[in-house]
Design a binder for this molecule. Structure first.
Ligand SMILES: Nc1ncnc2c1ncn2[C@@H]1O[C@H](COP(=O)(O)OP(=O)(O)O)[C@@H](O)[C@H]1O
Ligand SMILES: [Mg+2]
Length: 373
């Protein structure tokens, strides 16, 4: 029988499953409950009716007086709306959109109607979009710097080659030992310069990759001695590589250079003792700079450390060429640029996660060739 208006209304409210709709009294104690409330927050009516609605707030929000503030604003301004995190019965948190309306009867406040919607999915979706947008901007910025760098690096490379060749010739014709020493010093400096410009070329994608089919585990295994030597005493290095990874097309020398750059960075981030782990796993995902692309397979090599981590302000800049926080002579700021350029030029991507005091993880994800899918 649906002739009784109050009963109809109760059935209607109770039938709503996507919204928690309930009444609270002027002090904030629950007077009613519906199926939506039970579904979203996990409590049955008998568990919550008569208890205070602040139980749905996070302890931080409850301590800061958020529940009472919501009621006050609803009463004074006619409505209170908010978005924020709330707590379910099982302790898990969900993102909620909340509306509180005051209920007046003959000019007297008799309670509040509260409507809560679970917006966790939408919130997560927007966060993912934000993340993808940031990643895209970041990669566009690096592309632009890369183009600029490439022009300069080409010119420098040519000049340095002329200098090196001429020095070699002069060295050949000079018997004088003292002059020879100076020449060799000049040659070493020019070669160091040439190495730097080669790294710049990689970042600007002007260095042609020599990709061949390789098993990544083998490359890492065989590089371990060199990588171990790059670590100081007190710094341990371990590799954990997934079995049965597909082979990929990769420039072995560049991959080795990237590993050395990453392990050296981790070592530098450890003032005393620490641990560096290298892992290789298969991942099925879309590249972060193009989250709308269909997911595909990547072999992801991760170098993580428990070092000092990276300050939030520096995070967006670490892949830029010449960005370094190290003393002059200690860092060129080209290590992560090489890693980034190499990963992108190989058709993959590089990603970095870090927080001060919580260590750093850099992933280099390289595409699995289509024919081995
Ligand atoms: N594993 C890491 N832990 C902490 N900081 C790091 C790490 N890797 C990179 N960084 C930061 O990023 C900067 C740039 O790194 P990189 O491009 O390799 O240049 P460089 O090592 O010559 O400074 C470093 O100076 C450092 O501040
Ligand atoms: Mg470095």
């Amino acid at each position: 029988m649906l002739d009784d208006e109050a009963r109809q209304l109760r059935l209607l409210i109770d039938g709503v499953v996507d919204y928690a709709i309930y009444m609270i009294d002027t002090e904030g104690y629950l007077r009613s409950w519906n199926t939506g409330g039970e579904r979203i927050k996990g409590y049955t009516a008998s568990e919550v009716i008569g208890t205070h609605f602040s139980r749905f707030y996070t302890p931080e929000d409850a301590a800061s007086g958020a529940p009472a503030r919501g009621l006050r604003i609803a009463r004074d301004e006619g409505r209170f709306t908010a978005e924020g995190w709330r707590v379910r019965k099982d302790g898990s948190r969900f993102h909620a959109s909340v509306v509180i309306d005051p209920i007046w009867e003959d000019g007297e406040l008799i309670g509040y109607a509260k409507v809560t919607r679970d917006t966790t999915e939408r919130f997560r979706h927007e966060a993912r979009l934000d993340h993808a947008r940031d990643a895209l901007l970041q990669s566009q910025k690096l592309e632009a710097i890369g183009k600029l760098t490439l022009g300069l690096a080409h010119d420098f490379n040519n000049l340095l080659n002329i200098i090196i060749n001429s020095l070699e010739l002069v060295d050949h014709y000079t018997p004088e030992p003292k002059a020879k020493r100076h020449l060799q010093g000049a040659m070493r400096a020019a070669e160091r310069g040439a190495l730097l410009t080669r790294q710049l070329l990689t970042f600007g994608k002007g260095h042609a990759l020599v990709a061949e089919r390789h098993a990544v585990e083998r490359i890492i295994d065989e590089a371990m001695d060199t990588l171990q030597r790059a670590c100081r005493e007190g710094v341990t290095l371990h590799a954990r590589l997934e079995d049965g990874l597909p082979e990929i097309d990769v420039d072995r020398e560049q991959l080795e250079a990237a590993l050395l750059n990453l392990v050296s960075n981790s070592r530098d981030a450890m003032p005393a003792e620490g641990h560096i782990a290298i892992t290789a796993t298969l991942r099925h995902c879309a590249p972060p700079y193009a989250a709308d692309q269909p997911a595909s397979r990547f072999v992801c090599i991760e170098v993580s450390d428990d070092g000092e981590g990276i300050a939030a302000d520096d995070l967006a800049r670490v892949f830029e060429p010449f960005f370094t926080t190290k003393d002059i002579g200690k860092g060129s700021g080209l290590g992560l640029s090489q890693v980034f350029g190499f990963a992108r030029q190989s058709g993959g991507f590089a990603d970095l996660k870090s927080a001060p005091g919580a260590g750093t993880t850099v992933s280099v994800c390289l595409p699995v060739p289509r024919e081995s899918e």
